[in-house]
Design a protein around this ligand. Structure first.
Ligand SMILES: Nc1ncnc2c1ncn2[C@@H]1O[C@H](COP(=O)(O)OP(=O)(O)OP(=O)(O)O)[C@@H](O)[C@H]1O
Ligand SMILES: [Mg+2]
Length: 464
C-alpha cells in the first residue's frame, strides 16, 4: 500500500473540501446572478412593451420600434400568417406558417389571452439559431404582436460571470493550497527532524541530541527523546563499565593467583642471596633493585585482587569529618615532604549518616594520592565539604598538572594510567565504592592549572 506523508494527510482532505465548496459556491453565485439578471431583463422589457402600447407606438412602423429598443418585432394575423416582421433572413423551414406558429407557441398564447386577459405572456423561443425572449400582445381582430428581445446579452453576462468566478476560485484555491502547504510544513518539518534523530539513535549514535526547540507538543517530545537518549547512553556506559569490571576481575584473580606464588619465592631467594658476604656492592645494589621491582609487582597484584574481590558494605551511622581528618593526618608527613600546603574548608552543616568508613577512607585516600602525585613540585591541596541535595559533597582540589582532554573519558576505566608506576585502579575503585553508596563522583580539570574531584554521598541511600 502506498504511504502518504502526514502533510498529504492533513492538506489533501481540506483542499478537496475547499475545491468542492468553491465550485459549488461559484455555480450557485453564477446561477443566482443570471436569474436576477433575467428577472431584471424581463421587467425592463415589459416596461418597454407597456410604453409601446400606451404611447400608441405599437401602431407605428415596426422598424422604428426595432431601432428604438434594439428588438425584433413580428405581427401575426389570427390565422398565424405573418403580417409584418423585422426578421429578414429566416431559414426556409421557419417560413412555413404552421411550423413558425408552433415555434412561436401562438396557439398557446391565444388561449392564455382568452383565459386570463391582461396577464403578460412571455416565452423563450429560438429562431434562426438565435435565442429570444418573446413578449406577446393581442391587437385588434385577433392579431398577435410579438416583441422579440435577443437573449445573447444574458448568455454573455453569464459567461463573463462564470469566467470571473472560476478565475477567483482558481486563485483562492492556489492560495489555500500554498498556505495549507506552509502550515503542513510547520508541523511536519520538526517531525521529520525528530524522525532523522531517532534513526540516528536507532543506528546506535547516542551522543547526538535533538536540537529541536519548538515550544509545543513536538518540542516536548524532542526533550523527552533527548532525556531518553541520555538515560540510554548512561545505562549503556554503565553496562560496558560493569562488563569491563567483571572481565578485569576474572582476569585479575586468575593472574594474581598464578603470579603471587612464584613472586614470593623470588622475593625470598633474592633476600637470601643479598645476605651472602662474598657479593660485591654492585651486585648487592642490583639485588636491591630486583627486590624493589618484586615489591612493585606485588603491590599491583594486591591492587588487582582487592579490585576483583566481591565486597559487601558495613555501613555505620557516623560523622564524615573525623574520617577525612584521619586520612589527611596519615598523609601529612608525605604532603609536607612534597611541599604541599593543605587547606581545609569543612562545613559544620553535615549530619551523621550511614557509610562504610573503611571504603570511604580508601576512596578518599586514592583521590588525595592522585592530587599529591599531580603536584611533584608542590602546590596547594584544598579539601572542602558541603551539604548538597540531601547529601554530603567532598571536594578535593589541587594545583597540579591537570588532565589532558583526551584522557577525561577514560579516567574511571580499570588499568587506565598515565603513570609509570601506576596500576590505573585507583579511580576505578573510587567510582565503585561511591556508587556502592548510591553516590556520584565527578572530575573537572583545567590542563596546567589543576583538578577538582567531587564525591557526593547521599544521607540516606536505597543500597544501604
Ligand atoms: N589529581 C589528578 N591530577 C592529574 N591527573 C590525575 C589526577 N587524578 C587522576 N589523574 C589521572 O588519572 C589517571 C588514573 O588515575 P588512577 O588513580 O585510576 O590511576 P593511577 O593513579 O594512575 O594509578 P594508581 O592509583 O593505581 O596508583 C592517572 O594516571 C592520571 O593520569
Ligand atoms: Mg591513583
Amino acid at each position: 500500500m502506498r504511504r502518504y506523508s502526514i502533510q498529504t494527510k492533513i492538506v489533501l482532505p481540506f483542499l478537496i473540501l475547499f475545491v468542492l465548496i468553491t465550485i459549488l459556491v461559484s455555480l450557485l453565485t453564477v446561477e443566482f446572478f443570471a436569474w436576477k439578471y433575467s428577472e431584471q431583463f424581463t421587467r425592463e422589457t415589459e416596461g418597454w412593451f407597456n410604453v409601446i402600447i400606451e404611447t400608441g407606438f405599437i401602431d407605428e412602423d415596426i422598424e422604428k420600434v426595432k431601432q428604438a429598443y434594439s428588438v425584433e418585432v413580428m405581427i401575426f394575423s389570427s390565422d398565424f400568417t405573418i403580417n409584418a416582421s423585422t426578421l429578414t433572413d429566416m431559414p426556409a423551414a421557419e417560413q412555413d406558417v404552421m411550423y413558425l406558429a408552433e415555434k412561436m407557441r401562438l396557439r398557446e398564447v391565444q388561449q392564455s389571452f382568452q383565459e386570463e386577459e391582461g396577464t403578460p405572456v412571455t416565452h423563450n423561443v429560438s429562431l434562426g439559431g438565435k435565442h429570444y425572449e418573446v413578449f406577446y400582445h393581442i391587437l385588434a381582430v385577433g392579431r398577435i404582436y410579438c416583441l422579440l428581445r435577443p437573449m445573447g446579452e444574458i448568455a454573455a453576462a453569464k459567461r463573463t460571470l462564470t469566467l470571473y468566478m472560476f478565475g477567483i476560485a482558481l486563485i483562492v484555491t492556489g492560495l489555500v493550497s500554498f498556505i495549507s502547504h506552509r502550515i503542513g510544513n510547520t508541523i511536519t518539518d520538526p517531525i521529520q527532524d525528530l524522525v532523522g534523530f531517532t534513526n540516528k539513535v536507532a543506528e546506535g549514535n547516542l551522543d547526538e541530541q535533538c536540537a529541536l526547540k519548538t515550544h509545543d507538543e513536538i518540542g516536548d517530545l524532542a526533550t523527552a527523546f533527548n532525556q531518553m537518549t541520555q538515560e540510554l547512553k548512561q545505562s549503556r556506559d554503565k553496562l560496558i563499565q560493569a562488563e569491563r569490571l567483571a572481565t578485569a576481575g576474572k582476569m585479575a584473580t586468575s593472574f594474581a593467583h598464578e603470579i603471587r606464588n612464584p613472586l614470593s619465592s623470588m622475593r625470598m631467594l633474592s633476600q637470601l642471596l643479598r645476605q651472602k658476604p662474598e657479593l660485591t656492592e654492585e651486585q648487592r645494589q642490583s639485588l636491591q633493585y630486583i627486590l624493589e621491582e618484586i615489591e612493585r609487582i606485588d603491590t599491583i597484584v594486591k591492587g588487582m585482587m582487592d579490585f576483583a574481590r566481591p565486597t559487601s558494605l558495613k555501613p555505620v551511622q557516623q560523622p564524615l569529618e573525623p574520617l577525612l581528618r584521619d586520612v589527611l593526618a596519615l598523609m601529612q608527613a608525605n604532603l609536607t615532604h612534597h611541599k604541599i600546603e593543605l587547606q581545609l574548608e569543612f562545613t559544620a552543616d553535615l549530619p551523621e549518616f550511614e557509610f562504610d568508613s573503611d571504603k570511604i577512607k580508601q576512596a578518599f585516600m586514592n583521590v588525595v594520592l592522585n592530587s599529591m602525585e599531580a603536584m611533584p613540585q608542590g602546590g596547594i591541596l584544598t579539601v572542602s565539604t558541603s551539604k548538597v541535595d540531601d547529601g554530603a559533597s567532598i571536594e578535593v582540589a589541587d594545583t597540579g598538572v591537570g588532565i589532558p582532554e583526551t584522557d577525561m573519558p577514560h579516567l574511571f576505566e580499570p588499568f587506565f594510567t598515565s603513570k609509570d608506576k601506576g596500576t590505573g585502579l585507583g579511580l576505578a575503585n573510587v567510582k565503585r565504592i561511591v556508587e556502592e553508596h548510591d553516590g556520584t563522583v565527578a572530575i573537572e580539570s583545567s590542563l596546567g592549572e589543576g583538578v577538582t574531584v567531587s564525591i557526593w554521598l547521599p544521607f540516606s541511600s536505597s543500597v544501604i
